[in-house]
Design a protein around this ligand. Sequence first.
Ligand SMILES: Nc1ncnc2c1ncn2[C@@H]1O[C@H](COP(=O)(O)OP(=O)(O)OP(=O)(O)O)[C@@H](O)[C@H]1O
Ligand SMILES: [Mg+2]
Length: 252
Amino acid sequence: MALLETENLVKQFGGVTATDDVSFSIHEDERVSLIGPNGAGKSTLINLITRRLDPTSGDIRFQGESIVKLTPHEVVQRGVSKSFQSASIFPTLSVMDNARIAALGAEHGSFRFNFLKRLDSHAEVDDVARQTLTDVGLWSQRDQPAEDLPYGDKRRLEIGIALAAEPDLLLMDEPTAGMSPEETKATVDLIEEVKRERGLTFLLVEHDMEIVFEVSDRIIVLNRGEVIATGTPDEVRENEAVQDAYLGGVDE
Ligand SMILES: Nc1ncnc2c1ncn2[C@@H]1O[C@H](COP(=O)(O)OP(=O)(O)OP(=O)(O)O)[C@@H](O)[C@H]1O
Ligand SMILES: [Mg+2]
């Protein structure tokens, strides 16, 4: 069974069809990237999955159950986390306290935590927070206010906050946007490491093709709201429709 599945998903904004009959699935432990030119509908698709947007028609199933009637919070409870750009960080709190809050949020937010892995003491919250900061390479900066972190470290803290909830599916929309090449490299290394150490299923939106080819098992290509190709990095690289969409005079 697919972990995530969209079926004939349509999202219209007035006259604009941002998502046009999109059907795809992601299996457990699969790393999938979503690529496509500007305006292709990538962020819209992510926002439909997190329930920030209502679909015009079609269905989204997670672990076999439709999630299109759930609230955004309920979707997180089911095990879908998104690494939010800055929105999830409390700037004046320390890095450690940010990680603690993420761990606590996971406790209260998640059925799995409540039944299988209760975080019912401070020590356990601290354990998860410490593990998270170690994973994202921020343990030595734990006492700094989050706002004092360099940009790339802040973005990694956001990924850490998303990971602290131990999501079954992690969604990332351009996690390296605005980073320096060094920060980008550190972030890609982080994703690779988490993937290796704990296993990770993700759907990544990313413009940098080098990153996409490095971290993805499979790539889904969107153009003007439609899936025009899906395949391994090699298959997508060779695909003519993809080359046309990127090179063939797409209006931007
Ligand atoms: N809230 C909205 N209201 C109206 N139109 C929207 C809204 N959000 C997105 N759109 C339109 O839907 C289409 C898809 O936009 P979307 O942001 O999903 O593209 P994208 O693939 O994420 O692009 P980018 O690579 O630039 O981030 C675009 O034509 C966009 O203008
Ligand atoms: Mg976008």
